[in-house]
Design a protein around this ligand. Structure first.
Ligand code: HEM
Length: 176
């Protein structure tokens, strides 16, 4: 019983930390936040740059609104999961692999911490940020695993379809 209550309190606290930290970003950096994130991601992991278009202006907005949607849906995971699965399937087509999600989570948390520390300095911030980072780590791990699982399934389905098509054309060739 206590374990369940502790778990419920932890989830409640995590959601609160995610909403309040993202709220601070929305009021301040706004869409610039995702530009700062992508600049850092590309600096740390330059091999991901070719996956994106030369002009990433639209991408900053798309990620910003996707994150805002996820934050809004923290209490509606049954609605969020199918959206993430679709996004994950599309990402498999963009060339995104499972390891990219971990890299993105790390750079996203770096963006939040760097911005919040710069804008809201204070002795209490360090402890708060440790909690904020843990909460986002939880959310981004969940998001990344739902997207990567759906991406892997899409790749496997495509592989199976190609195999069936190859077998069918081999049979047609043998019969002709
Ligand atoms: C938190 C996880 C992520 C979310 C919520 C997310 C969100 C999005 C959204 C909303 C789009 C636009 C899709 C569309 O236009 O239909 C997009 C596109 C894209 N994302 Fe992500 N993304 C995530 C993680 C990643 C990761 C880890 C990578 C790889 C490093 C990545 C690479 C891409 C690429 C290559 C595109 C297409 C860009 C283009 O059209 O130029 N995404 N993402």
């Amino acid at each position: 019983m206590d374990v369940a209550r502790n778990e419920e309190e932890l989830m409640h606290r995590r959601k609160h930390l995610i909403r309040s930290s993202w709220g601070a970003v929305q009021l301040g950096l706004d869409v610039q936040a995702t530009k700062v994130f992508y600049d850092h991601l590309i600096e740390q992991y330059p091999t991901v740059r070719p996956l994106f278009k030369d002009d990433m202006t639209m991408q900053y907005k798309k990620l910003y609104y996707a994150v805002s949607l996820a934050v809004d849906c923290l209490d509606k995971l049954d609605e969020l999961v199918p959206v993430l699965q679709n996004l994950g399937r599309a990402h498999a087509g963009f060339g995104t692999v499972r390891a990219h999600y971990g890299a993105a989570a790390e750079c996203f948390i770096w963006t939040l911490k760097t911005y919040i520390l710069a804008e809201m300095p204070g002795p209490d911030m360090t402890n708060w940020l440790v909690e904020v980072a843990e909460a986002w780590e939880w959310a981004l791990t969940l998001i990344g695993s739902v997207m990567a699982d759906a991406g892997d399934e899409a790749i496997e389905e495509r592989r199976q379809r190609t195999l069936v098509q190859q077998e069918t054309s081999t049979k047609q060739f043998e019969l002709s």
